[in-house]
Design a protein around this ligand. Structure first.
Ligand SMILES: NC(=O)c1ccc[n+]([C@@H]2O[C@H](COP(=O)([O-])OP(=O)(O)OC[C@H]3O[C@@H](n4cnc5c(N)ncnc54)[C@H](OP(=O)(O)O)[C@@H]3O)[C@@H](O)[C@H]2O)c1
Length: 249
């Protein structure tokens, strides 16, 4: 799809990758960008430039009422960007309790699934449009140091493929974004070197504009990691399996 004149909605718009999405969408000529956040006060500096194309909306992706309201308030969306995410960086076994694991599933799996279900008719009305799902290489490879996060991203990858199949008939393309460590609040817990958010976003929006309807490895670091993964998936997993979380105290 052509992003010039497109109308996008970005979840988690004030985060590191979210901001890069907003900046690149504007640069590519999007007609309107719904910038959404749990607390729209966090969007103040994004909105300070007074670009009339930016429309703030309150959207906690785990809140069913917010999702229903967003589908009413943003009835013209042609590009849905499921970017919001949460990572507790805890081991599946080492975590003291399961609260964070449940939250990761709510934010990283049920939230974008519910939002996509709410916006599927909106996208259909726009002629099909496109969806971007921010996955992670952790969807393909389990990182024990972030074991429950990896599981939530694996679930998100799986449902991304189902959504793609189910929405093909209405002409909606679904780009699933595999990415490795990127310099953001989530990414600063991961080892260096890290990518800049714009490296992930440029490849992602290029893929949308090229009409890709598949998973992509976004950014040069991810492309290197993805090559190593496809060359020998077991060896790649073994590298990460040797890095264990600290036991619960
Ligand atoms: N950085 C990396 O290394 C990396 C690698 C691969 C994939 N990713 C994925 O990229 C996406 C963006 O993450 P990021 O790296 O930009 O991290 P980030 O800067 O921490 O941004 C995450 C964003 O998600 C929002 N969010 C969290 N829970 C939410 C909820 N319930 N409803 C709505 N928004 C919520 C956060 O808002 P609040 O401030 O309100 O919590 C924040 O704006 C995530 O899906 C992440 O898993 C990141």
């Amino acid at each position: 799809m052509n992003i010039t004149h497109a109308i996008a909605l970005v979840t988690g718009a004030h985060g590191g990758i979210g901001r890069a999405f907003v900046a690149d969408l504007l640069r590519r000529g999007a007609a309107k960008v719904y910038v959404t956040a749990r607390d729209t006060a966090s969007l103040a500096d994004l909105l300070a430039g007074a670009d009339p194309r930016l429309v703030p909306l309150v959207l906690d992706v785990t809140n069913a009422a917010h999702i229903a309201q967003a589908a009413i308030d943003a009835p013209d969306v042609s590009l849905l960007i499921n970017n919001a995410g949460y990572a507790a960086f805890q081991g599946a076994m080492a975590a003291p309790q399961l609260d964070d694991a449940r939250r990761e599933m709510e934010v990283n799996y049920f939230g974008p699934l519910a939002l996509t279900r709410a916006f599927a008719p909106v996208l259909a009305a726009s002629g099909g449009g496109a969806i971007v799902n921010m996955l992670s290489m952790a969807a393909l490879v389990s990182l024990p140091v972030a074991g429950s996060y990896s599981a939530s991203k694996a679930a998100f990858l799986s449902v991304t493929r189902s959504i793609r199949a189910e929405l093909a008939a209405q002409g909606t393309a679904v780009v699933g974004v595999l990415a490795v460590q990127t310099e953001t609040a989530i990414g600063h817990r991961l080892p260096e070197p890290r990518m800049a958010p714009h490296e992930v976003v440029t490849d992602t929006l290029d893929a949308v504009e090229a009409g890709k309807n598949e998973e992509i490895a976004a950014g040069p670091l991810t492309q290197g990691a993805y090559q190593a993964f496809t060359a020998d998936p077991k060896a790649f997993q073994a590298r990460f399996s040797s890095r264990l979380p600290h036991p619960a105290r």
